[in-house]
Design a protein around this ligand. Structure first.
Ligand code: SF4
Length: 488
């Protein structure tokens, strides 16, 4: 993870972006190939860089590069070069629009006790503050990632074992982390005490697997064992699996946006299938925002499960009124307003015969900048819709994320700058409605949001950040913006 404070989303994308996926395996002869497959299943969590580190007979093997998994690991000789039956891998999405080679994970360091590789999903909210202290103490940083702070804290710890040093290091950081790490022949998984980002344990024959999502277990035929608990550290070596809970317990605050948009619909997180959750969100959305209409149309692909739920609950027929072109690469999504609009047209096309003369309920998962919604609505109107009613399967995204998801600065968030009425007018719909925060919690099986114990991180909707934003408040206090901008 790169420093994400303040959040960037400089690519101009109109969806928040998950920033990383991690995968690890212990005890399999085809470790590197299985890691590549696992990362392929997690490709939606980061497409800008990928890396794998393996270990055999006292030696580490590494391959890291920009691009997706196929770009980096499509060549069999690369996989063959990654020797050993233990390893970790990482998919990265860069917040800066460019991917510096030295930021590509897994990061690796030679410690006094041996080699150490680490792959991180999440974002540390006090990494800059710690980094400044470490630099003042003489530490030389190789990358601009928050993850490297962990390596230096581990390296400089006076504790005896690697595990104790890791615990001491993690005890100093704030924010979100799901980690897969490798120390010689030990595979280590850790989840932050709030459990903000996902991490699961799986089993393939006699080997153990760590992955961001269960879809990465499915692709290699591994069975799901359980989710790593918030604040849990898991150690896997030739003696089997050991577990520890070394951190002070904190309220569980898993990222609710994983269920809304980020995670793959075929994944199951903490006992909840993502697809089913999205459908239930659509059902709640229909209950709260029903309007007479002729068809329910999803904005594909992310709006599909919620639209199915909306149609089921409302009794309004579900139709594929917008078709998505799956062969559009990111090449087309350049960070200029004009090309961004062209990108929408390249990606989606209205199914004119389905839409003509219909009252359309258009369902999408979220609105970030509003640019995509405006073009989609324009397209649906041009196809002859009699009226367009937009329904959003989440509350208004009015706050930036600091825990590992790339969202624009608040000044660019559509819902932070406009009322619902203003948003409806700007995107050109006859009506616009969002799911309420209580409706979201009802869809997650609760009776509503308990403000004293929400159970999820929902800060991008509520502004209730579960972990303090030390770097951000430090920036406001001492004006270190230029330093941070340089780092980003
Ligand atoms: Fe998820 Fe939003 Fe919390 Fe970020 S702020 S972790 S996107 S719920």
């Amino acid at each position: 993870m790169a420093y994400a404070s303040p959040p960037a989303n400089e690519s101009g994308a109109d969806k928040p972006r998950e920033e990383c996926g991690v995968f690890g395996i212990h005890g399999h002869a085809d470790a590197a190939a299985l890691i590549a497959l696992g990362l392929h299943a997690l490709q939606h969590r980061g497409q800008e860089a990928a890396g794998i580190v393996t270990f055999e007979d006292g030696r580490f093997f590494s391959h890291r590069g920009p691009g997706n998994i196929a770009d980096n690991f499509g060549d069999e000789s690369v996989i063959r070069g990654l020797q050993g039956n233990i390893g970790i891998g990482h998919n990265r999405y860069s917040t800066t629009g460019e991917t510096l080679a030295r930021n590509i994970q897994p990061l690796f360091a030679d410690l006094a006790s041996g080699g150490f590789a680490i792959a991180h999903n999440g974002n540390l909210t006090n990494a800059l503050t710690i980094r400044r202290k470490l630099v003042a103490d003489g530490c030389l940083f190789q990358s601009t990632t928050d993850t490297e702070v962990l390596i230096h804290l581990i390296a400089t710890s006076r504790a005896e074992s690697l595990v104790e040093r890791m615990v001491a290091a993690l005890g100093q950081v704030e924010g979100a982390y799901s980690l897969a790490a490798l120390h010689n022949d030990t595979l280590i998984g850790v989840r932050d005490p709030h459990g903000i980002r996902p991490l699961v344990l799986g089993r393939l024959e006699n080997s153990h697997v760590l992955a961001s999502e269960t879809c990465a277990l499915d692709i290699i035929g591994a069975s799901y064992v359980r989710d790593i608990a918030p604040g849990e550290m898991i150690l896997i070596d030739s003696d089997g699996v050991r577990t520890a809970h070394p951190f002070t317990p904190q309220p569980h605050r898993f990222c609710v946006f994983e269920y809304i948009y980020f995670a793959r619909p075929d994944s199951t997180i903490e006992g909840r299938n993502v697809y089913e959750s999205r459908k239930r969100i659509g059902i709640e959305l229909a209950r709260e925002t029903h309007i007479p209409a002729d068809i329910v149309v999803p904005v594909p692909d992310s709006g599909v499960p919620a639209a199915l739920g909306y149609a089921e609950q409302s009794g309004i027929p579900y139709e594929l009124g917008i078709i998505r072109n799956h062969y559009v690469g990111r090449t087309f999504i350049e960070p200029t307003e004009r090309i961004r609009h062209l990108g929408v047209k390249l990606k989606h096309n209205a199914n004119n015969e389905v839409i003509r003369d219909k009252r359309v309920v258009l369902v999408d998962d979220s609105i970030v900048r509003g640019t995509t919604s405006t073009k989609i609505v324009e397209m649906v109107r041009a196809a002859g819709a009699r009226s367009v009613h937009m329904r959003i399967a989440s509350p208004p995204t009015a706050n930036s994320c600091f825990y590992g998801v790339d969202t624009p600065d608040r000044s660019e968030l559509f819902a932070a700058q406009n009322t619902v009425e203003e948003m409806a007018r700007i995107i050109g719909v006859d009506s616009l409605a969002f799911l309420s925060i209580d409706g979201l919690y009802r869809a997650m099986g609760e009776t509503g949001r308990d403000p004293d114990s929400p159970g999820y991180c929902d800060a991008c909707f509520t502004g209730d950040y579960p972990v303090r934003l030390t770097d951000l408040s430090g920036r406001k206090a001492d004006g270190q913006l230029s330093f941070m901008t340089r780092l980003a």
